[in-house]
Write a protein that binds this ligand. Structure first.
Ligand SMILES: NC(=O)c1ccc[n+]([C@@H]2O[C@H](COP(=O)([O-])OP(=O)(O)OC[C@H]3O[C@@H](n4cnc5c(N)ncnc54)[C@H](OP(=O)(O)O)[C@@H]3O)[C@@H](O)[C@H]2O)c1
Length: 324
């Protein structure tokens, strides 16, 4: 973890190391606006905050759909980062803000929204960033971090590693359809983190003292290469799952054919190239330091999501017979 500032007398580590809290660290109120609430981190974050009896305002482009999902215990507001006219109602009387950068949105609206939050007096922000952002100044996550750091908002940067949920999301079709992990990662390792743990850290940072002006590097408990990932899948699902390790070209072609947007294919190809080079295996103790429990392992994740990874029942086999 990193302290973003070092104001003399400001006990930034109080909440984590058992020291006394300063007034500056006190959480003063309890309405939290959650952007990306329908996403992989925002979803469990909303559930966690509601369990803490916090007033949660869910910001979505589809508030009706969000209400169907989360029920009547939250507030709902239509919100689109690309439509500033939706920002005022979203930010009214908000104390804490969970913000993410949707890949389809440019950096500028996110920065302007941060400015709007500062102007109306939002106290604190939890920003979902990426592991290693501090070393990648030209990438959007770091540019947004830098912008937030220049405001008066008390910030917690949640620098997350690769989500386990990518396996149940973008990579699920090959797992359920072909019993394959179709990822061009070579022998490189990844410090997979469960998005539910990222959400739990966000909930803690936004509702408990001790997390202002800090950056957390959020990883799972272990760095695994995809051979090891395939072993975990095979054991937990009780069927052989193989690691295909295609070339980057074969991967890109396959994803295009599946209809995955070009920008996402390009992003993943670069991301897995970085993994191949061995730059993605760093693990940290930040999840445990904040939550007081270890992060979930990949084995726990696959086990919890076993239903999602069940084979396509009607998939034709090489003999033309379908699975019953
Ligand atoms: N995938 C990874 O391994 C990984 C790792 C570290 C960090 N991250 C970061 O995580 C972020 C994505 O988070 P996630 O995976 O939880 O999200 P997600 O599941 O991809 O969902 C995207 C969310 O963005 C919201 N959204 C999309 N367009 C929007 C707009 N114009 N205005 C307002 N909200 C909009 C959607 O809300 P509505 O549809 O309800 O409006 C949705 O909840 C990215 O910034 C990424 O860099 C990802």
């Amino acid at each position: 973890m990193t302290n973003l500032t070092s104001t003399p007398g400001d006990d930034r580590s109080a909440g984590l190391e058992g020291g006394a809290e300063t007034d500056g660290d006190r959480i003063t109120s309890d309405r939290v606006l959650v952007t990306g609430a329908t996403g992989r981190v925002g979803g469990p974050l909303v559930t966690d905050l509601l369990e803490r009896s916090v007033t949660v305002r869910i910001a979505s482009r589809d508030p009706t759909g969000a209400r169907e999902r989360f029920g009547e215990t939250a507030e709902y507001v239509e919100f689109d980062l690309e439509r500033p006219e939706t920002w005022g109602a979203a930010l009214a009387d908000v104390d804490g803000l969970f913000l993410l950068f949707p890949p389809s949105v440019g950096v500028r609206p996110v920065r302007e929204f941060v400015d709007a939050a500062e102007r109306v007096g939002v106290d604190r922000i939890g920003y979902l960033s990426i592991l290693g952002a501090e070393k990648l100044p030209i990438l959007p996550p770091r540019r947004i971090e830098n912008h937030i750091a220049r405001t008066d908002l008390a910030a917690t940067f949640l620098r997350a590693s690769y989500f386990m949920q990518n396996l149940s999301g973008i990579h699920r079709p090959e797992i359920v359809g072909r019993d394959e992990l179709f990822v061009p990662a070579g022998d490189g390792s990844l410090s997979f983190v469960d998005a539910r743990d990222v959400a739990a850290v966000a909930a803690t940072a936004l509702t408990e003292p001790g997390h202002r002006n800090r950056a957390y590097d959020l990883t799972g408990p272990a760095a695994l290469d995809f051979h090891e990932v395939a072993e975990v899948f095979s054991e937990v699902l009780a069927r052989p799952i193989t690691y295909a390790d295609p070339s980057r070209l074969a991967f890109a072609r396959h994803m295009y054919r599946r209809g995955v947007p070009h920008s996402l294919v390009a992003f993943m190809t670069v991301e897995y190239s970085v993994v191949r080079l061995g730059f993605s295996g760093r693990t940290t103790g930040d999840v445990e330091a904040v939550l007081g429990r270890p992060p979930r392992s990949l084995r726990e994740f696959v086990s919890d999501e076993a239903e999602t990874f069940q084979r396509d029942r009607e998939r034709p086999t090489s003999t033309g017979v379908t699975h019953s």
